[in-house]
Design a protein around this ligand. Structure first.
Ligand SMILES: [Zn+2]
Length: 246
């Protein structure tokens, strides 16, 4: 390119996205084409706009649609936490690699749609737009798609850290044990007699049924996994239960 040269710096939390040759430098010089927006320049350096907060040009907050001019100094900040997503109730859509995170969000009552089949990036982005869901992914290409309603990069590949990341970033209201971990449907209180046919004999004798999914009919009881799930719930509520912004 042979256009204006600008100087750009990225917040520490964005360094992992920056192309390796420019990473961990306080600031880096970039020659732009004189026509591309600042948002495009930031993305072309590897940083998804979903992760970007304020853009400061010569110290003043500036829109991503700004076309940088020669000599400008740009600071790229991280997205603020907790992040508000105006315009729709807070709900999520997770890509095919985030099944464990989807089940944990549902366990906490957070609306988390998830396709266990890989329906492809265009279909996911369209679903995000149609249902106004925040797309959660570790795929930067998916997060760059313009159709997305909103998106967020999931920073860890470990489900424990992924859950803390999403709860800390969006501060969703928590309502544990109200949503089906299998299908994201709402749970309702269940009468053991009414669901007896669906239970194995040992389950009937041993456990108390407490809920049934209104969407898929799955029955929930306090069984072998309950203690482990309760630990996940307790830790999330202790750390994030009072923090929700809506
Ligand atoms: Zn269900």
């Amino acid at each position: 390119m042979n256009g204006p040269e600008i100087t750009i710096s990225f917040a520490p939390g964005l360094q992992l996205f920056v192309e390796p040759g420019r990473r961990h430098r306080a600031r880096t010089a970039v020659v732009t084409d004189g026509a591309s927006t600042l948002g495009h320049v930031v993305e072309s350096l590897g940083v998804p706009l979903t992760e970007v907060g304020r853009l400061l040009v010569d110290g003043r907050e500036t829109a991503a649609s700004h076309v940088p001019g020669a000599g400008e100094t740009v600071e790229v900040e991280e997205v603020a936490r907790p992040q508000e997503v105006p315009g729709a109730p807070l709900r999520f859509l997770l890509d095919v690699h985030l099944g464990t995170l989807a089940r944990r969000l549902r366990l906490l009552g957070v609306d988390a749609a998830y396709e266990s089949e890989d329906i492809g990036d265009p279909a996911l982005a369209a679903l995000s737009a149609a249902q106004r869901r925040v797309m959660l992914s570790r795929d930067r290409g998916l997060l760059r798609r313009r159709e997305l309603w909103a998106g967020a990069y999931v920073y860890s590949d470990r489900p424990d850290d992924q859950l803390r990341d999403v709860l800390g970033r969006f501060a969703p209201a928590l309502a544990p044990w109200t949503r089906c971990t299998a299908c994201n449907g709402r749970l309702q209180d269940a009468d053991k007699d009414a669901v007896r046919e669906q239970l194995e004999h040992g389950t009937q004798r041993t456990y108390d049924v407490f809920a049934q999914c209104t969407a898929c009919g799955r029955v929930y009881w306090r069984g072998a996994h309950h203690a482990r799930l309760q630990t996940i719930v307790d830790e999330a509520v202790r750390e994030f239960g009072g923090a929700h912004v809506r």
